[in-house]
Write a protein that binds this ligand. Structure first.
Ligand SMILES: Cc1cc2nc3c(=O)[nH]c(=O)nc-3n(C[C@H](O)[C@H](O)[C@H](O)COP(=O)(O)OP(=O)(O)OC[C@H]3O[C@@H](n4cnc5c(N)ncnc54)[C@H](O)[C@@H]3O)c2cc1C
Length: 395
């Protein structure tokens, strides 16, 4: 769909200059969802990815993320309710199975299951509080410390498969996806719109640019022509190199139901959050994936990641499993790193200024909303939609 046109400024030999009404930077969950929605609406889109879609160095690789409705904040519970049918839509359109409903439990002295239940009552999502004795009987694989909130329609989404599905659907609708295309800068064009330049010097002219660069956002921000007032109003983006571990089930998985779990508790004076979910493709019947939320080191941006698992983190998670998850063998057989891009409030950012839309939907909980995030981002980019106030940059 992207046509070749006269370059907006003199081009050097060997450098391709193209034009696309919309350029989306980054083919993780957010960028691929945005490109899919833009292309499906008949827009001309080019998706640029420095590596490959769902890059192993980004946040959307692998095959398992928790899909849950339970949030203390009604905005996100409502958004999860809106996102659920969009996952079904994506599954139908792509012919892929992307969301597996295994149910979810939330518990712990600091998780407040009853407050979560009150939110789900208001939002209208099926749930039940299960008293501690009944819960211990039902899920003996956990050493539960409180009553639990049970959400039967929670589950696990497959991020890498979802990215592939959305890039495929975007391409089917006419979008162009370029891989190995690292955006080095975005500069105002001499006429109107922007020139997006790669690290190799290729250029694409765009009327509008969507930046969905995940944990590279702090790296790319200074390379975008954004007004100072807007930059000053942005929240701080904290990048963390997180780590996840796979522990083998004691018994075959068919002998126990393994819902996703979120456990928040006090360790002396520190509040800890641990999440766990059935491992994804390849290990789904063999292992539980467990991680300490925000347990990884802080980096300036994704550009500084080293992919090295921290031994102290591994030890902490292993000790947690020994105490709290008797249904698995406390010896991880696989581990990986992945990046969080956090805002101080854990709210997402979706904002447009002067034809540039910034989308940062992570804080460790963005995967479940992906098809909706893309819809919101494409809506604000084309001027045909709005986003929740919590995602706007207050100037
Ligand atoms: C360990 C872990 C566990 C998680 N668990 C959950 C969970 O259980 N539930 C949940 O809902 N969410 C979860 N999340 C969060 C969720 O995975 C993220 O919100 C989501 O993947 C963010 O996607 P993204 O597209 O913003 O970023 P990314 O997937 O990182 O995509 C950004 C892309 O931009 C590309 N890029 C960057 N700079 C450039 C450039 N200059 N030029 C071209 N391309 C560029 C990158 O290569 C990358 O592919 C988890 C995240 C992690 C890391």
């Amino acid at each position: 769909m992207t046509e070749r046109v006269e370059p907006p400024s003199p081009s050097r030999e060997g450098i391709t200059v193209e034009s696309s009404k919309y350029v989306v930077i980054g083919a993780g969950l957010v960028g691929s969802a945005t490109a899919w929605h833009l292309a499906s609406a008949g827009q001309e889109v080019t998706l640029l990815e420095r590596d490959v879609p769902a890059s192993n160095h980004g946040s959307s690789h692998g095959s398992s993320r928790i899909f849950r409705f339970a949030y203390p904040d009604e905005t996100y519970a409502n958004l999860a309710k809106v996102a659920a049918p969009l996952w079904s839509h994506l599954e139908r359109e792509s012919g892929q199975s992307l969301l597996q409903q295994v149910g979810g439990v939330d518990f712990g002295t600091e998780r407040n299951p009853r407050q979560l239940a009150a939110v789900l009552d208001r939002v209208g999502v099926e749930h039940r509080i299960i008293e501690i004795d009944e819960a211990r009987e039902r899920w003996p694989q956990y050493a539960l410390d409180t009553e639990v909130l049970w959400q039967p329609t929670a589950g696990v989404v497959n991020p890498a498969k979802a990215v592939d599905a959305m890039v495929g659907l975007a391409a089917k609708a006419g979008a162009q996806a370029l891989t190995g295309w690292q955006v080095a800068s975005v500069t105002p064009a001499s006429t109107t719109g922007y020139v997006v330049t790669s690290s190799r010097g290729e250029q694409i002219h765009a009327a509008e640019v969507v930046v969905a660069a995940g944990s590279w956002l702090p790296h790319i921000l200074p390379r975008l022509p954004l007004p100072k007032g807007f930059l000053d109003a942005l929240p701080t983006f904290e990048v963390r190199q997180e780590q996840t571990f796979h522990f083998p089930y004691e018994k075959p998985r068919e002998d126990a139901d393994w819902p996703t779990h979120i456990h928040i508790f006090k360790e002396i004076t520190t509040t800890r959050m641990v999440y766990a979910l059935p491992g994804g493709e390849g290990v789904e019947n063999r292992a539980l994936k467990v991680a300490l939320f925000n347990g990884g080191k802080v980096l300036p941006s994704a550009a500084q990641q080293d992919g090295i698992v921290d031994a102290a983190n591994r030890d902490w998670v292993t000790r947690y499993v020994e105490r709290h998850v008797p249904g698995v063998v406390p010896e991880p057989f696989a581990e990986s790193t992945c990046l969080f891009t956090n805002t101080p409030t854990e709210d997402f950012v979706i904002e447009r200024v002067d034809g540039i839309t910034l989308v940062s939907a992570c804080s460790g909980h963005g995967a479940k909303f992906a098809p909706l995030t893309g819809l919101l981002a494409s809506g604000i980019t084309t001027g045909n939609g709005t986003v929740p106030d919590a995602f706007r940059v207050q100037r």
